[in-house]
Design a protein around this ligand. Structure first.
Ligand code: PRP
Length: 191
């Protein structure tokens, strides 16, 4: 695949068809698990916005959505630091079945923090759906309820995931090789 910068190489890891199929399956599973209930999805900006917009259309229930955003304290990467909220929810989630929707679970720090913050808001239930998971990179215990794909410890972009804010618009999920790259490459060097 052609990359925006000549020195950066992209290799497809997950094709758009495979992603589409898996997101459909996840939507069906969620619809079955919450049959007859109202559901509230919370997307973690910005990466999860693409996944969430596809996932929500595969859910056959009454469903609403909101977004939340986080950043890390004084560190250049989220994976190395503590997390803080930069955009809170717009609406109350009290009494709602909620699902936190992520594009990727890496160290687990973001979701771990958000689970703590959100459970204080008294949702009826709180689950986690992530399209991608790098289980080998966890530094904190997180048990996602819905996982699209387990992936190796490679730096991935596309379908919402960025490198320096680029590549979010790729339909496939690709491994990005940077010039002089030493593998394996940690994921969150996005900022
Ligand atoms: C990515 C991803 C998750 C987080 C996962 O966000 O979208 O929110 O990192 O990493 P963790 O499990 O190590 O906490 P990123 O910092 O790239 O922000 P973005 O979604 O705005 O691109």
């Amino acid at each position: 695949m052609k990359s925006a910068r000549k020195s950066e190489q992209l290799k497809i890891l997950l094709r758009r068809r495979a992603i589409e199929q898996r997101v459909r399956q996840m939507g069906r599973q969620i619809s079955a698990d919450f049959r007859g209930e109202r559901l509230h999805l919370i997307g973690v900006l910005k990466g999860a916005s693409i996944f969430l917009s596809d996932l929500i259309r595969e859910i056959r229930l009454e469903v609403s959505l909101d977004f939340i955003a986080v950043a890390s304290y004084g560190q250049s990467t989220r994976s190395s630091g503590q997390v803080r909220l930069t955009k809170d929810l717009d609406n109350s989630i009290e009494g709602l079945h909620t699902i936190l929707v992520e594009d990727i679970l890496d160290t687990g720090r973001t979701i771990n923090y958000l689970q703590r913050v959100i459970s204080q808001r008294k949702p009826r239930s709180l689950h986690v759906a992530t399209l991608l998971s790098k289980s080998g990179r966890r530094v904190t215990e997180v048990r996602p309820d819905y996982v699209g794909f387990e992936i190796p410890n490679e730096f991935v972009v596309g379908y919402g995931l960025d490198y320096a804010e680029r590549y979010r618009n790729l339909r496939d999920i690709c491994i990005l090789k940077l010039p002089g790259d030493v593998q394996p490459h940690p994921q969150p060097i996005h900022r």
